[in-house]
Design a protein around this ligand. Structure first.
Ligand code: SAH
Length: 327
């Protein structure tokens, strides 16, 4: 590599692996490439996600839809170290996900610095929701609900099947005026969707400080931070808020089967996950690999919940539970 060139690492994968690969790139090569003025210091702009193959309505086209995650590394000793860590990390990931080998090439710095934005396109999820990056134009269809979402360092790009299943469930369950609790909000995507579906009071929590920050930005980008916004989204660091028993018509948690089972049981010393549900309320749980669904269903039943619906995309399921008494 000569001066003015950067190393590009690119991995083509499905939406599920894309989240994991992006996280790896953000972890080892994050920190804001464009703001870095120290010559020779390698610090990347994290992950750049290219999702292509959508039709004019934002629907993925079969056979054409693909996701490529890229990151760019400056030359130098630190760059070499970052590259080594990323290659190590990708190897570990490939033991969990079937991802093809990374492709490496050098590109001219000025060629990618702004070009990457062209790759992140509006994407339709569920029936009416369209996720779109803030810099993209999108001509909304009459019934569309457009959510602006910029890829940041928090989970929740809309590419993961679990996020999409949650959005589909929210579309069915959220009624105007509802109060919604979003546990593990990540990018804030589900809270913004709930607000656009008419929920008026939303509490979003996450134990990861980066998520809390990214969620706040996305809430603002969607015009939901203003005092006169139609919905109020309160973002809190933490997990299940105390003092909100019986308060929410919809509770959504897209985390992982084991974590959900523990949250239902209160194993972490937390308020049990079913407590915040209002009478007739619905609990949407996702991030669950099919084989582990029973862990969550059993835990729910231990706390008086009945299984009301189950949605699946590839190996991932989302469960909707409600109190046995109102099932
Ligand atoms: N809601 C987003 C992000 C899901 S990723 C979406 O649907 O796409 C799961 C998020 O849960 C992560 O941001 C992680 O930090 C958070 N998380 C993990 N364990 C948690 C817990 N016990 N309480 C609250 N949040 C948790």
């Amino acid at each position: 590599m000569t001066n003015g060139e950067v190393l590009e690492i690119a991995v083509e994968c499905d939406g599920e692996a894309a989240e994991a690969v992006s996280e790896l790139f953000n972890r080892f090569n994050g920190g804001g490439y464009l703001d870095d003025s120290e010559a020779g210091e390698a610090s990347g702009g994290g992950a750049v996600i290219e999702a292509t193959g959508f039709d004019d309505f934002g629907e993925p086209i079969e056979g054409e839809y693909r996701v490529v995650v890229r990151t760019y590394i400056k030359p130098g000793a630190r760059g070499d170290e970052i590259r080594r860590k990323i290659e190590d990390g990708l190897w570990h990931l490939s033991q969990l996900y079937p991802i093809p080998d990374a492709k490496l090439r050098t590109v001219r710095e000025e060629d990618w610095a702004n070009a990457w934005k062209q790759f992140y396109k509006p994407m339709r999820i569920g029936r009416r929701i369209v996720l779109k990056p803030s810099w993209e134009e999108y001509v909304a269809q009459p019934d569309d609900i457009v959510v602006e979402l910029d890829p940041g360092m928090a989970f929740g790009t809309g590419l993961h099947p679990s996020t999409r299943l949650c959005i589909a469930a929210l579309e069915e369950l959220v009624r105007p005026g509802d109060a919604v609790l979003d546990v593990g909000t990540g990018s804030g995507v589900l809270s913004v969707v709930a607000a656009k579906l008419g929920a008026t009071h939303i509490v979003a929590t996450d134990i990861d400080p980066t998520a809390v920050q990214v969620a706040a930005e996305n809430v603002q980008v969607n015009g939901l931070a203003a005092a006169d916004a139609p919905a109020h989204i309160e973002i809190r660091a933490g997990s299940i808020p105390a003092g909100t028993d019986g308060h929410f018509q919809v509770v959504v948690a897209n985390i992982l089967a084991e974590v959900l089972a523990n949250l239902l049981d209160g194993t972490y010393g937390n308020v049990p996950l079913a407590n915040p549900l209002a009478e007739g309320g619905r609990l949407i749980m996702a991030g669950i690999i099919e084989e582990k669904a029973y862990l969550v269903i059993d835990a729910g039943r231990r706390h008086g919940l009945a299984l009301l619906d189950r949605k699946q995309e590839s190996d991932w399921v989302a469960l909707v539970m409600g109190r046995e008494a109102d099932a």
